[in-house]
Design a protein around this ligand. Structure first.
Ligand SMILES: [Zn+2]
Length: 289
């Protein structure tokens, strides 16, 4: 099954794994923007990595992974919810040469944010961009933030994004401790082609047929953008009345396109008045207290 996450465990060992295969989900990201080829591959790997990482965490809300750079590619963002829906986008300038992260982004930062659903404190971790592939950057992040030992293998093309994650659970007296080395050594033999063409079960069978594997139920993934007119309204308020007025004088309406899904939100003069009228009410509400 495509567009799904498959969790597995090697019984009696500290090794757990996740495999993700994104088909329509990934194409829904690509349909919305024409990415240069090297950037498309990077974004696909990042989308797969985001889905894998979100599957290993217990949280309610959104996991946001960002790579920020100073090269021709400025930003890659992937947002995955605890319901396994995701959206992604990238910002770049000019022509993009083929190459890895150091060529495309150069010096930069890798940021992971966990934004809980309702009013709870968000968590954010930041490290420098180290490594030339998405899996190297992520493995560096996991090591640096003293998370569980984690290995990733990722691949993407114009139709499919896929990957495998292995994680080493905390020690237990009954665990076969050599299993982690064994599982990662065999993991090294998986090819990008296999990640993009084999089903999750076939990948697990191909790698771990000598192990006692426990398979969990597959969880479906899908593309979904969380943008709303309300959020655009908040953004326009941040932009300020003066700025919005000056756009309105030029064009009679303000158009805001969502960078993730391309949906357009249009505000005419009357709508814009309401944006700031409700802001005034909120502020008036504040002064009363
Ligand atoms: Zn959107």
């Amino acid at each position: 099954m495509s567009d799904s996450l498959q969790r597995f465990l090697l019984e009696g060992t500290p090794v757990r794994g996740e495999i993700v295969r994104l088909d329509a989900t990934w194409r829904a990201v690509l349909e919305r923007r024409d990415y240069p080829e090297p950037l498309e591959r990077l974004l696909g790997e990042m989308v797969a990595a985001g889905a894998l990482l979100s599957a290993t965490l217990k949280f309610n809300g959104a996991l946001i992974m960002q790579m920020q750079g100073e090269g021709p590619v400025r930003l890659l963002v992937v947002e995955v919810t605890s319901e396994h829906t995701l959206r992604a986008t990238a910002k770049w300038e000019g022509d993009i040469e083929s190459g890895g992260i150091q060529t495309l982004l150069g010096d930069g930062k890798f940021v992971i944010t966990i934004a809980p659903e309702s009013g709870k404190q968000a968590y954010q971790g930041v490290v420098s961009l180290e490594g030339d592939t998405v899996s190297e950057v992520l493995e560096h992040y996991m090591a640096k933030s003293e998370q569980l030992d984690t290995r990733l293998w990722l691949a993407s093309d114009a139709n499919m994004a896929g990957g495998m994650l292995l994680q080493r659970l905390p020690e237990h007296p009954e665990y076969d401790e050599d299993a982690w080395n064994r599982a990662t050594t065999i993991g090294e033999t998986i090819t990008g082609q296999e990640l993009l063409t084999l089903s999750a079960r076939d990948i697990i069978h191909r790698l771990y047929h000598e192990e006692d594997v426990r398979l969990f139920e597959e969880r479906p993934t899908a593309f979904r953008c969380s943008c709303t007119r309300e959020r655009v309204t908040v953004m326009l308020r941040l932009l300020g009345r003066e700025e919005v007025q000056s756009i309105l004088t030029e064009r009679e309406h303000v158009e805001v396109a969502c960078e993730f899904c391309g949906r357009e939100y249009v505000f005419d003069t009357v709508d814009a008045e309401q944006v700031f009228a409700s802001e005034f009410q909120t502020m008036a509400g504040f002064t009363k207290h």
